[in-house]
Design a protein around this ligand. Structure first.
Ligand SMILES: *Cc1c(COP(=O)(O)O)cnc(C)c1O
Length: 386
């Protein structure tokens, strides 16, 4: 079976994890701090707060920004459920924006329309835009930030797909996804199908020390030891607000440290896989039926998404490939289509998301994909189209 994505575990990972298991400390401890240091250096951001999942990281980011039941979260309609759910856990209202039909990333015109609507019609304490750098392509964060400023919204990047992705300016300056250059905070997931695997895990990144301090406190019940009383009495702590247990374990952090060290080389591998797909599909009849994505400089290639002209074709291809032992996936069913969110939304209001959703299929893309396996995928897709 060739999966669309999977983790890559090496001997160094096994050794690092078993070292921690032999140590006196299993839950959040020195390895988590070391992992956080690696993460802030890698993403060129001041503060990293590691936690139990990418979803928890989103919840910490939103909560630290002050989101509560008087708040509104704006998310693209094409994303994983968690981008919106983390707002719902805090009681906030979620609004869905349409996306660009060509890359599934939040549409700037749809976003501005929504911001105007909210500022005109809604009473709220705080509004947060959560932008997703889908499939590994950085969202246009500088432009989104201009809109956020103009309408007094905070901005979070859900960079679950895009650690290591970057935008390059005309003078060659690279700005990394998750670096928080244009955002209040960013989050990354360490689920096994993502770039860095911890089993489960996530991180909230920010350049704002007040935000990271609050996130650290919320990660552990809302408890702080940063009080005058704690100075003479080391056992003393205070719970100052309601938080959660969102701690990452040292066992997971040890795995994460080894994984983050390999981020560059794994993205390099993903690039060459993308290049091979690009050229295979450019020379065949594929381009008649599939719009091939361009190879973007700075793309992190979490997913390699092919596009079909008709959703019936996409569904047939899914089954055809499955019979050949190749699993593919659809990223994503637009959130407004799920029963939980349905009822308030008409799909006619989201032409971009409908078009993207009906045509997309993620084919195998991960650093452990061998070139024989990739040949098999290319061959199977060729056979499907003939
Ligand atoms: C994976 C993912 C998440 C959630 O991450 P978990 O670690 O699974 O909680 C959030 N947003 C997006 C876009 C994701 O792909």
């Amino acid at each position: 079976m060739i999966p669309y994505s999977k983790q890559s575990i090496k001997d160094v990972d096994l050794e690092a994890v078993s070292e921690v298991l032999k140590s006196p400390w299993l839950t959040q401890g020195p390895k988590v701090s070391e992992f956080e240091k690696h993460l802030s250096e890698t993403f060129q951001v001041k503060e990293a707060v590691a936690c139990s999942s990418g979803t928890a990281a989103l919840q910490l980011a939103y909560a630290s920004l002050g989101v509560n039941s008087d708040s509104i979260g704006i998310v693209p309609s094409v994303t994983f459920a968690a981008t919106a759910n983390a707002f719902r856990y805090l009681g906030a209202k979620v609004l869905f924006c349409d996306v660009n039909p060509d890359d599934g990333i939040i549409s700037l015109s749809s976003l501005e329309e929504m911001l105007i609507h909210v500022r005109k019609n809604c009473k709220l304490n705080i509004g947060v835009i959560s932008a997703v750098s889908l499939a590994g392509k950085p969202a246009p964060l500088a432009k989104i930030n201009e809109l956020a400023k103009k309408y007094d919204f905070s901005l979070v990047e859900d960079a679950s797909h895009s650690p290591g992705a970057y935008l390059e300016s005309d003078n060659g300056q690279k700005t990394y996804s998750a670096s928080c250059e244009w955002t209040d905070a960013a989050t990354v997931s360490f689920h096994p199908v993502k770039h860095i695997c911890c089993g489960e895990g996530g991180v909230m990144l920010t350049n704002c020390p007040e935000l990271s301090k609050r996130a650290e406190r919320l990660r552990s019940h809302g408890i702080t030891r940063d009080t005058d009383q704690s100075k003479d009495r080391p056992w003393y702590y205070e719970q100052v607000e309601l938080g959660w247990n969102f701690r990452l374990t040292d066992i997971q952090a040890a795995l994460g440290i080894e994984q983050v060290k390999r981020l560059d080389s794994s993205i390099h591998k993903r690039h060459s896989i993308a290049q091979k797909y690009d050229s295979a599909f450019a020379e065949s009849e594929f381009c008649g039926k599939i719009d091939c994505p361009l190879l973007h400089l700075g793309h992190a290639w979490h997913l390699y998404v092919i596009r079909f002209r008709q959703s019936a074709h996409r569904d047939q291809a899914y089954h055809f490939l499955k019979e050949r032992g190749i699993t593919t996936q659809v990223h994503y069913i637009p959130l407004y289509r799920h029963p939980y969110h349905a009822g308030h939304h008409k799909k006619e209001d989201f032409p971009g998301a409908e078009s993207y959703f009906s045509s997309c299929l993620s084919i195998p893309m991960h650093p452990a994909l061998t070139s024989a396996e990739q040949e098999e995928v290319i061959k199977a897709l060729g056979d499907f189209l003939h």
